[in-house]
Design a protein around this ligand. Structure first.
Ligand code: ATP
Length: 264
């Protein structure tokens, strides 16, 4: 059965300020992508960090029978991989070495790489780079990559682990359109193939609608909409949450398109 992640009554404070207050999200299930969207400062990164166990939170985050809020950071890492927006990758490793070492550390932590031989682990690391279209960067140093290439290398390190829950914070923000599509296609395929629960923060609403089966719209730490792209992305929601006048239309292939006319 596909895994399910359920958030109930979740609160996160920075100092005395509530960033998320009593937030509940019905089960996010493995096998498809959920996009988390919303304006700057809405609390999207804070929510991902709470799910990854990186900020203190009260309330409940259940992954099937496991209460994640009771686990240590290392305990979280057995189930959850989080790719942050900022990429601290000025380290003296090649792209291949960094990908392999992410996979090996996940093996120690009990993730899906657990039963792999070192040959199989190397093959999986290379296959991940190839699926992301960066096989040619395998032997390049992380410290000699462009911003977009570094983002792709960082993604490789997250997805190679094939965690139960994959949290990606704006993973396509530095990428050209070819690589944006490639990443989103791969993430969607991996979710389906491995029943991974993928939660991805995106600012590109059309991209979110194209690849996510479910969209959660966050506004000032609260859920403003939650549903299929057609349910969650409406001119009314966009006006209320983003303060824009926008049209939501379907292209010839049936995908939602958002045409923003002006900020209001
Ligand atoms: N370390 C921190 N200390 C205090 N306040 C913080 C901290 N990190 C974030 N915040 C505040 O928490 C709120 C939510 O921030 P968060 O980064 O979660 O928003 P976001 O939705 O991811 O925004 P963006 O789209 O701009 O990345 C913001 O008001 C921000 O100023």
């Amino acid at each position: 059965m596909a895994p399910a992640l359920t958030i109930a009554g979740l609160s996160v404070f920075y100092g005395r300020r509530a960033i998320l207050e009593n937030l509940s999200v019905p089960a996010l299930t493995g096998g498809s992508v959920t996009a988390l969207i919303g304006p700057n400062g809405a609390g999207k990164t804070t929510l991902l960090r709470a799910l990854a166990g990186l900020v203190p939170a009260t309330g409940s985050i259940r992954l099937d029978d496991v209460e994640l809020t009771r686990l240590t950071i290392a305990g979280h890492a057995r189930f959850v991989t989080y790719m942050p927006q900022a990429l601290p990758q000025r380290v003296a490793l090649t792209v291949f070495e960094a990908t392999l070492s992410a996979l090996m550390s996940s093996r120690e932590g009990g993730l899906s790489g657990g039963g792999l031989s070192s040959g199989e682990a190397q093959a999986r690391a290379l296959r991940t780079l190839e699926r992301l279209g960066i096989g040619d960067l395998a032997m390049r140093g992380l410290d000699e990559l462009s911003g977009g290439q570094r983002q792709l290398a960082s993604l490789a390190q997250s997805i190679v682990r094939e965690p139960t829950v994959l949290l990606l914070d704006e993973p396509t923000s530095a990428l050209d359109i070819h690589h944006q599509m490639r990443v989103m296609q791969l993430v969607e395929e991996l979710a389906r193939e491995r029943s991974i629960i993928v939660v991805i923060v995106l600012h590109d609403i059309a991209q979110a609608a194209r690849f996510a089966r479910r969209i959660v719209v966050l506004e000032q730490g609260r859920i403003a909409a939650d549903g299929s792209p057609g349910e969650a992305i409406t001119p009314e929601t966009l006006a209320r949450v983003y303060r824009v006048e926008a049209r939501v239309e379907r292209c010839a292939r049936g995908f939602l398109q958002v045409i923003v006319d002006r900020a209001v």
